[in-house]
Design a protein around this ligand. Structure first.
Ligand code: GDP
Length: 356
């Protein structure tokens, strides 16, 4: 499943947010280095279309797409040099598809700020610098190895060249994702600043409805996406039934929880989308990349579906809802038989035909 690694300074609300993510209680304590073990939580990508489909098909259960989150220890200034919990903890996010940086925007004199004052810009710079230093260390080690391998003709020199370019960019203080360096040959290194970032501002409730303040914070991280939430409210929301949760959200001027936003924006940042399948057993969302063709999408269900692909019967979600049933969609010519070059669209309701 899609995995997003959560990073941030200590005491910014990562554990509080993570508790809400997993509905489990991991240690959330008011002192630095409280979060020691990496944790994984899986959340569902909210998709109201599945409820509608389950109604149309009489499906017994609903299976949304999932996003997993890996919670790692807080990064402090000097983390890449072994300060605080050290660089080895960064290893836990090397496998992540994206990184969510939690940044403290809430004011609370009872909660210590590790750098002395709440200053989102400063915190972002500290974290970015630590991630860059960690990448620099990784790249330098790789270069030493690559040089030997190139000399022994075991590695294409272009890989070494890419690593040297990456090193130069990092030394200039550039995030690899913004460096223009071809990172594909360096994929195995799991470079942190090569990953897409999402920024999570953990703010006081009042900021949630303060468009001007949010615009200021958004500008600090643009063009990356920002999510605004109040981790304390998020942890209250998970204990409420849906109606009460909706009421609490509305009272804070929101129509979607921060966690739902995070899952949605994570999906979007990674260029993912879903297609849907439905029947009496289940209504289900399947995760694919934007631009994927039908056989590749079928392969997400089962590799045999891809190998033996014949056709996909596709009905757009809106057509299906309007016509009320597959039979009616077929009768009205809205069920299309698509071949192997069909580019999947978000919300396609699909049945694959395949040879076994
Ligand atoms: P972590 O070190 O980043 O994992 O931070 P924690 O989640 O452990 O939070 C540190 C402290 O800040 C705890 O006492 C939390 O209750 C508190 N805290 C977290 N989020 C908020 C928030 O949105 N508002 C306020 N006032 N306190 C928060």
């Amino acid at each position: 499943a899609l995995t997003i690694g959560i990073v941030g300074l200590p005491n910014v609300g990562k554990s509080t947010l993570f508790n809400a993510l997993t509905k489990n209680q991991v240690l959330a304590a008011n002192y630095p280095f409280a979060t020691i073990e990496p944790n994984i939580g899986v959340v569902n990508l909210p998709d109201p279309r599945l409820n509608t489909l389950a109604g149309i098909f009489g499906s017994e259960r609903i299976l949304p797409a999932a996003v997993s989150f890996v919670d790692i220890a807080g990064i402090v200034r000097g983390a890449s040099e072994g300060e605080g919990l050290g660089n080895k903890f960064l290893a836990n996010i090397r496998e992540a598809d994206a990184i969510a940086q939690v940044v403290r925007g809430f004011a609370d004199d009872d909660v210590v700020h590790v750098e002395g004052a709440v200053n989102p810009q400063n915190d972002l710079e500290t974290i970015n610098a630590e991630l860059q230093l960690a990448d620099l260390e990784t790249v330098e080690r790789a270069i030493a190895r690559y040089e030997k391998e190139v000399r022994g003709r075991k590695l294409d020199p272009s890989v070494l060249a890419a690593a040297v370019e990456a090193k130069d960019a990092l030394e200039r203080g550039v995030l690899l994702s913004a460096s223009g360096v071809d990172l594909e040959p360096l994929r195995e290194l799991g470079l942190l600043t090569a990953k897409p970032f999402i920024f999570v501002f953990n703010v006081d409730e009042a900021v949630l409805t303060d468009a001007a303040r949010k615009a200021e914070l958004e500008a600090l991280v643009a063009p990356a996406k920002a999510v605004f939430l109040d981790a304390k409210i998020e942890s209250e929301l998970i204990d409420l039934d849906p109606e009460d949760a909706a009421e609490l959200l509305a009272s804070t001027g929101q129509d979607e929880s921060g966690l739902d936003q995070l899952a949605r924006i994570g999906f979007d940042t990674l260029g993912l989308q879903t297609y849907l399948t439905a029947g009496p057993k289940e209504a289900r969302a399947w995760t694919i990349g934007k631009g994927w063709k039908a056989p590749q999408a079928a392969g997400v269900i089962h590799t045999d579906f891809e190998k033996g692909f014949i056709k996909a019967e596709v009905i757009s979600f809106d057509d299906l809802v309007e016509l009320g049933s597959v039979a009616e969609a077929r009768a009205k010519g809205k069920a299309r038989l698509e071949g192997k070059d069909y580019v999947m669209q978000d919300g396609d309701v699909v049945e694959f035909r395949f040879n076994v």
